[in-house]
Design a protein around this ligand. Structure first.
Ligand code: 5GP
Length: 111
């Protein structure tokens, strides 16, 4: 069954898109924790890092490339955090792989 992000990718739910190609989608987080909070995800339904298979690794490279590009465009190339929560204990709430690109302020230490 599709997650919220699956439905956004299918165009069944709205989102503020900041980047899209055939494989990757980047949207604004609805509850931003910083002035810039973007979610970058593969369109392929992969639950999280731990579910990645060998054939998926190129998608991760492309996500990093998209993160670089968005950071540059949004003027935060000098300081941002790129994180992914893997599993319940890490606080993952949506089980469709996504990376949080967070910046636009001085970020505190990691928890
Ligand atoms: P997680 O906790 O799984 O790492 O991150 C899920 C993120 O998705 C949260 O930061 C939450 O604010 C965001 N989120 C949840 N539902 C929606 C939605 O419908 N649209 C958008 N754009 N973001 C969402």
């Amino acid at each position: 069954m599709s997650t919220v992000f699956g439905l956004i990718i299918q165009g069944k739910l709205p989102a503020e898109k900041v980047f899209e190609n055939e494989r990757i989608l980047a949207i604004k987080d609805i509850h931003p924790v910083a002035p810039i909070h973007i979610l970058i995800m593969p369109k392929k339904e992969i639950p999280n890092i731990q579910s990645l298979e060998k054939e998926d690794w190129p998608l991760i490279g492309e996500i990093l490339e998209v993160a670089q590009k968005i950071a540059e465009e949004m003027g935060i190339a000098d300081g941002y955090r790129l994180i992914t929560n893997n599993g319940h204990d890490a606080g993952q709430t949506i089980f469709h792989l996504h990376f949080h690109l967070i910046g636009g302020k001085v970020l505190g230490p990691m928890a």
